[in-house]
Design a protein around this ligand. Structure first.
Ligand SMILES: Cc1cc2nc3c(=O)[nH]c(=O)nc-3n(C[C@H](O)[C@H](O)[C@H](O)COP(=O)(O)O)c2cc1C
Length: 333
């Protein structure tokens, strides 16, 4: 019997395919479809810091009517529209979702600054989540803010969230860090039990006729896997965390690569949004078939097998591959 089981954040999972945060968890019936199709856990869509602050500002406004700072403060907070339901309903939804499925449910808190909003990590725990994923999606655009200061802020935030909860904590990271292994290790020391690599940064385009910035959300493809694949294979064995690979998981081969790099789970959003729930079942079937054909008995047996753990100098290894690739590229005729 092929054993697809894995563990992530101390959770025993029946297979390594997890639904990452996306609108697929907004409806209980869709979360059940994810479960029926075979995912082993679900990460809820995020509850945003901005939303929590929005609600507390509103409350504050009603308690202290007449202050004119209210309108100004509100202009900095984006309208989350229909994506999210507000903090209280998020917690109710999480709790209902948890009761409706039998697989683990991970709550997602999305924010970057320190403050009272982190209390929601505790409320997510109280609502029944099996773990919390903290997504620190932030694009630094301030020339006065140095990398060290920024990283210190993130590390402090992780420690603050960790102090509020007893359940495991995963941190979803951006790839844009100068010294990722060092930063990753600091996050783990601050309390992260798992690291989800990577956040996909949505890149705006320009509309030249309207002279407007266009927001685009392109779903991923398998080639987006390569960035997290490289980094998980470098971090595996050096940073004591469970790794989740998120970005570009579309086939059984993608899941296998994620496992061999050293991930405990492979997370997916775009694949299901693009190809439907059946894609989950076929990836899991293909995974089993591939393992049988290649005589693998378990997922655990392959985790980290292609990592750079045994490479003495990963940076020199990467650099020598880079030079080889450039020198082997064919010339134009
Ligand atoms: C429509 C959409 C909504 C998403 N919402 C969230 C979210 O609320 N919180 C979050 O951490 N990630 C969110 N993500 C990111 C995904 O969880 C995932 O990390 C990313 O899409 C890369 O994985 P993929 O290649 O499987 O799509 C969203 C992605 C999509 C496409």
């Amino acid at each position: 019997m092929t054993d697809l089981s894995t563990t992530y954040l101390g959770l025993e999972l029946k297979n390594p395919l997890v639904a990452s945060a996306s609108p697929l968890s907004k409806k209980i019936e869709n979360a059940k479809k994810l479960e029926d199709a075979g995912v082993s856990a679900i990460v809820m869509y995020s509850l945003f810091e901005e939303q929590i602050i929005h609600e507390s500002l509103e409350l504050d406004h009603y308690l202290t009517r007449g202050t004119n700072s209210f309108a100004e403060a509100m202009t900095y907070l984006p309208d989350i529209g229909t994506y999210n339901m507000g903090p209280d309903r998020y917690l109710d939804h999480l709790s209902a979702l948890k009761k409706a499925v039998s697989i683990p449910v991970i709550g997602s808190l999305n924010g970057v600054s320190r403050g009272g909003w982190v209390h929601y990590a505790r409320l997510i725990q109280d609502a029944g989540a099996d773990a919390v994923e903290l997504n620190m999606y932030y694009l630094s655009a301030d020339p006065d803010l140095g990398g060290q200061e920024l990283e210190d802020n993130y590390v402090d935030l992780v420690a603050e969230v960790k102090a509020r909860i007893d359940i495991p904590l995963a941190v979803k990271l951006s790839p844009f860090v100068t010294a990722l292994p060092n930063f990753a290790r600091r996050l783990v020391t601050a309390g992260a039990d798992g690291l989800a690599l990577f956040n996909r940064f949505y890149q705006p385009d320009f509309d030249l006729e309207e002279l407007e910035v266009v927001r685009t959300l392109e779903l991923s493809a398998s080639r987006d896997l390569l960035l997290p694949l490289r980094w998980i294979s470098i971090l595996y064995g050096k940073v004591d965390a469970d790794f989740a690979l998120t970005s570009g998981i579309h086939t059984a081969q993608d899941v296998l690569k994620a496992m061999m790099a050293g991930a405990k789970v492979a997370m997916t959003a775009s694949m299901v949004l693009h190809d439907g729930y059946e894609s989950i079942t076929s990836v899991l079937d293909d995974l089993k078939t591939w393992m049988d054909e290649h005589e693998y008995e378990s997922i655990k047996q392959m985790q980290g097998s292609m990592s750079q753990q045994s490479v003495a100098e990963p940076a020199a290894f990467e650099r020598s591959n880079y030079i080889k690739i450039l020198s082997e590229f064919r010339d134009l005729p």
